[in-house]
Write a protein that binds this ligand. Structure first.
Ligand code: SAH
Length: 220
């Protein structure tokens, strides 16, 4: 506290530039989202060998064939759930833990589910070390959601199924927002809002995410 950010964080300037040039310029405007993107140290969520590319305008590999999403997409999805400070949020597809870390700055609590135990362990340890205390990382199949903690005010899915998993809709509070990529190669990012008497569906953006795997994976 009190020090200029560059003093203990050599990437603070790059993050500011990332937010201005990649995120604000493309229309993300929620000031809380922009501040979260500026403050979460993205370089600590990528493998060390990719650290200098951490703020590039694209996804990066994080191991096991998976990727950390492009900064713009993380910001866009964070804004798209219309986060409120009192919200309890579920993320499917923890990966590096970066999206969960950004969300944790915007809402009260984030539960995040990862199907690959090794990625879940790494993300859990990283989030703990960096002090993201309001994130809980769990190993499991995101298709099932997390019934014991439902309902959620918002759900963010960062791997793509063909259709919305029914359990996730059931675990959305009335007024809750679900943001999810749907499809195989040509995917659409969709927002489903739960109403008293049904759901609204909006198309948001063409996207490309890794697939939401169907079954719990066995070691290869
Ligand atoms: N949100 C991540 C990036 C997502 S990569 C980040 O910020 O880094 C997508 C992740 O979804 C991968 O880690 C993959 O292992 C995970 N995944 C794929 N299928 C899943 C499933 N059925 N349940 C939970 N996680 C799944």
């Amino acid at each position: 506290m009190g020090n200029p950010p560059e003093q203990d964080d050599p990437y603070a300037g790059e993050r500011v530039r990332m937010v201005r040039e990649q995120i604000e310029r493309r229309g993300v405007s929620d000031p809380r989202v922009l501040r979260a993107m500026e403050s979460v140290p993205r370089h600590l969520f990528v493998p060390e060998s990719f650290r200098t590319s951490a703020h590039d305008d694209g996804p990066l590999p994080i191991g096991e064939g998976q990727t950390i999403s492009q900064p713009y997409i993380v910001a866009f999805m964070s804004e798209a759930i219309r986060p409120r400070p009192t919200d309890r949020v579920l993320e499917i597809g923890t990966g590096s833990g970066y999206q969960a870390a950004v969300l944790s700055r915007l809402v009260q609590h984030v539960d995040t589910i990862e199907v690959r135990p090794r990625l879940a362990d790494m993300a859990r340890q990283r989030l703990r070390e960096l002090g993201f205390a309001n994130v809980t990382v769990r190993v499991g199949d995101g298709h099932r959601g997390l019934p014991e903690q439902a309902p959620f005010d918002a759900i963010v899915v960062t791997a793509a199924p063909q259709d919305v998993p029914p359990a996730l809709l059931q675990q959305l509070a009335v007024g809750g927002r679900l943001v999810i990529p749907l499809g195989t190669l040509d995917q659409e990012l969709v927002r489903v809002t739960r109403r008293e008497d049904g759901t609204d569906r909006e198309f948001l953006l063409p996207v490309r995410f890794v697939p939401l795997t169907r079954e719990a994976r066995r070691p290869d």
